[in-house]
Design a protein around this ligand. Structure first.
Ligand code: PLP
Length: 253
């Protein structure tokens, strides 16, 4: 079979009919950085910018088959994982990652929409932490997701957030980017943790604007830069800058 030799990011996630988040945002982000994409859809959601009206999961085998076909047809240089919906889809995605250990995977642990609807079924967080988190080179939780992943209350300050991140590293994560975008303060600080290394801070001014899909954009931009053979630290810095620029553009439109 002919293999497309340009680096691609394989996007694994749910579709959002509003276009605000999910795979539409991922593809838009990665293409704007000049990297090609291929897809494995996990779920179809019926959404507006205000509400999630319906969610349909795809069969886990169909998700794994899409991932394998995308990996077979293209030179996949990074995998970006978003909404996974069920423990069975998590298991299917984890099986494909284990077959392809050379491809770095970034996991945005999508648990709920901003409007509050669960995007991962109750009980599947444990499976995500146990079976998927250790296979990914980076996990990008916000403060709510981080607390749920380690079974704690949301951190109230940066020290507690770093402590919670270290708990996730102890549970097998390779690296974690704790997103502080929903915290308070004049600056929006994300913290990159690797085991045995000092935390690295990525800082941007906090803009008085809210935009959907920023978590999808950040993880996708990081994956695109990793696919371009940048280091993890550089990719995170570029990703953070990308999201800041999009927020800035949104606030002046
Ligand atoms: N829908 C899908 C398919 C998503 O993947 C996500 C987040 O990753 C969301 C909705 C939630 O986006 P938001 O928090 O911006 O509502």
């Amino acid at each position: 079979m002919a293999l497309r030799r340009e680096p691609h990011v394989l996007v694994v996630g749910g579709s959002d009919s509003s276009g605000g988040a999910g795979i539409a945002r991922d593809v838009e982000t990665i293409s704007s950085i000049g990297v090609r994409t291929c897809l494995a859809v996990t779920a179809v959601t019926v959404q507006t910018h205000e509400a999630v009206m319906d969610i349909r999961h795809l069969q886990p085998g169909l998700v794994a088959d899409q991932m394998r076909a995308a990996l077979q047809a293209n030179e996949v240089a990074a995998i970006k994982i978003g909404m996974l919906a069920t423990a069975e889809i998590i298991a299917a995605a984890a099986a494909v990652l284990r077959e392809n250990p050379q491809v770095p995977a970034i996991l945005d642990p999508v648990l709920a929409s901003t409007s509050g609807r669960a995007l991962l079924e109750a009980g599947a967080i444990a499976a995500m932490k146990r079976d998927l988190v250790p296979l990914c080179c980076l996990v990008t939780p916000n403060l709510v997701e981080l607390a749920l992943l380690i079974g704690a209350k949301q951190a109230v300050d940066e020290d507690e957030a770093v402590w919670q991140g270290q708990e996730l590293l102890a549970a097998g994560a390779q690296a974690i980017l704790i997103k502080g975008g929903h915290a308070k303060g004049l600056r929006s600080t994300d913290i990159l943790l690797h085991s045995g290394q000092e935390p690295i801070r990525f800082d941007a001014p906090r803009l008085a604007v809210s935009m959907r899909g920023t978590g999808c954009m950040l993880a996708s931009a990081i994956a695109a830069h990793l696919a371009n053979a940048r280091s993890l630290e550089d990719s995170v810095g570029e990703g953070k800058r990308f999201v800041f620029e999009q927020l800035q553009r949104n606030s002046t439109e």
